[in-house]
Design a binder for this molecule. Structure first.
Ligand code: NAD
Length: 478
């Protein structure tokens, strides 16, 4: 297989350089070699989008529906193959990869429907004889910058609404996962979209990402990634008055109260903290547990994680695949040391593991006897590492849950309607889960957080229209 090229102006084009995509489960396996664009490639993509914008902005709902439905149907039909590619390049297990590919298909199909449902308002003027119309129009050209941890779902939940509302797209995926991005581009290239309406520019954040942020023709940038990059994205975009939407990190609490059903709590915690190798912005990393259930809960979680099989993402029966790359693995290991240095007890895990093939395998780790002031409870680790914080009662649990710079997802396991209702109302997170893992959301409702986790309008569901459109108010004297 040769170099997989960028897709610009309806053509496959070489990059300035190329980069190998390595399988984190087997470092000898090269998934593919992908073109790396430079700043000139971004300029070319934006010029192509400008040429396409006038036509695509005025496309009919039926045209947009047809394109998005085509993409959704094809991803759905190929979900096993795309899920396998995803698992191979990112390290999620095969069932998780197939699940994510299925999600991407559902998102495209949802936004196909949304393209048919774009609405405006006609209201009475305060002046006699005047008509007032409020309509939603496309922003124009949207820059999309995505992280590596959901290589197909996150691009889908940005590209699909961007196109559904009539925008043209310049898309830059994360360096570690060009495979899924290229596969989406390849499907879009056959979808009936006009040339230039969708462009793929793979390459480094410091080169391709920067060129997107600084291009005046890009009217809106949707970014998902880390807080530090997000701050830079916001500063650069707002300086030139571009719209910006940021989804960033999390330090998501899962509260477990004395009256919780133990099996439900353990199931939700093990899923939320460790599945997808803990590499989810919505992962439960702080387990806030009341005294009466603390010891039983810790023992049950440790017993459960002992049974989890950490291995090649593509091997049947693997529960947890590898960490995505060497630098993320060293970050995880660094925090395992920091936690022990801070006085936390490593109740289980945290060893680097050897498997038949060389990969970035890490045993899931559980800290106990931690305080919310420790760095392991304040900073996002982004690996299969969770900490238990012991609290005396619900009030303290709520205070600890909210005491964080982040506010993406928060969970509570309880059989008390009173505490569940109070937590839903008083949690300072964008998404609240009762007796469910903090990770795992529906695709037709808004996704996003508060405080340092998110900035700008919500993503997904009907709320996506807020970011991908701009409102016009028109007055007519007939
Ligand atoms: P990252 O910030 O390193 O990179 C994200 C994207 O930004 C990549 O495509 C990268 O190439 C690009 N980028 C880097 N520097 C840039 C620059 N100067 N200008 C423009 N673009 C630049 O994040 P990551 O390591 O890929 O992803 C992990 C992070 O993403 C975690 O913090 C995680 O919590 C977060 N995340 C958040 C959500 C959410 O919805 N809240 C979802 C998934 C991941």
């Amino acid at each position: 297989m040769g170099v997989q090229q960028n897709f610009i102006g309806g053509e496959w084009v070489d990059g300035a350089t190329a980069r190998d995509n390595i399988n984190p489960s087997d470092l000898s396996d090269i998934v593919g070699t992908y073109a790396q664009a430079d700043a000139a490639g971004v300029t070319r993509a934006v010029d192509a989008a400008k040429s396409a914008a006038h036509g695509w902005n005025r496309s009919t709902p039926q045209q947009r529906y047809d394109v998005l439905e085509f993409v959704g149907n094809e991803i759905m039909a190929r979900r096993d193959e795309l899920g396998r590619l995803l698992a191979r390049e990112e390290g999620k297990t095969l069932p998780e990869g197939i699940g994510e590919a299925t999600r991407a298909a559902q998102i495209f199909k949802f936004f196909a429907g949304e393209a048919l449902r774009i609405q405006g308002e006609k209201v009475q003027s305060v002046r006699p004889g005047v008509d007032v119309e409020i309509t939603r129009e496309p922003v124009g050209i949207v820059g999309i910058i995505t992280p590596w941890n959901f290589p197909i779902a996150i691009p889908a939940w940005k590209i699909a609404p961007a196109l559904a509302y009539g925008n043209c797209v310049v898309f830059k995926p994360a360096d570690l996962v060009p495979g899924c991005a290229w596969a989406i581009a390849e499907i879009l290239s056959r979808s009936g979209l006009p040339k230039g309406a969708f462009n793929l520019v793979m390459g480094r954040g410091s080169v391709v990402g920067e060129a997107i942020l600084n291009n005046d023709a890009i009217g809106a940038v949707s970014f998902t990634g880390s807080v530090d990059t997000g701050k830079h994205v916001a500063a650069t975009c707002t300086a030139r008055f571009a719209k910006v939407q940021l989804e960033m990190g999390g330090k998501n609490p899962m509260v477990v109260l004395d009256d919780a059903d133990l099996d439900t709590a353990v199931g939700a915690v093990v899923n939320g903290a460790f599945f997808s190798t803990g590499q989810r912005c919505t992962a439960s990393s702080r387990l806030v547990v009341t005294e009466g259930i603390h010891d039983r809960f810790v023992n049950a979680v440790v017993e459960k994680i002992k049974t989890l099989k950490v291995d090649d993402a593509l091997t049947a029966g693997t529960d947890i695949g590898p960490v995505v790359d060497e630098s993320q693995l060293s970050q995880d290991m660094k925090y395992l040391e920091i936690g022990q240095g801070e006085g936390a007890k490593l109740a289980f895990g945290g060893e680097r593991l050897n498997r038949s093939k060389e990969g970035f395998y890490l045993q899931p780790a559980l800290f106990t006897e931690t305080t919310n002031a420790m760095r392991i409870n304040r900073e996002e680790i982004f690996g299969p590492v969770a900490s238990v914080i012991r609290v005396k009662d619900y009030d303290e649990a709520l205070a600890v849950a909210n005491d964080t710079q982040f506010g993406l997802s928060a969970g509570i396991c309880t059989t008390s309607l009173k505490h569940a209702s109070h937590f839903k109302r008083n949690s300072e997170a964008g998404m609240v889960m009762v007796n469910l893992p903090t990770a795992g959301v529906d695709y037709h409702v808004p996704f996003g957080g508060r405080k340092g986790s998110s900035y700008g309008p919500r993503e997904q569901g009907r709320y996506a229209a807020e970011f991908y459109t701009t409102v016009k108010t028109a007055y007519t004297l007939p």
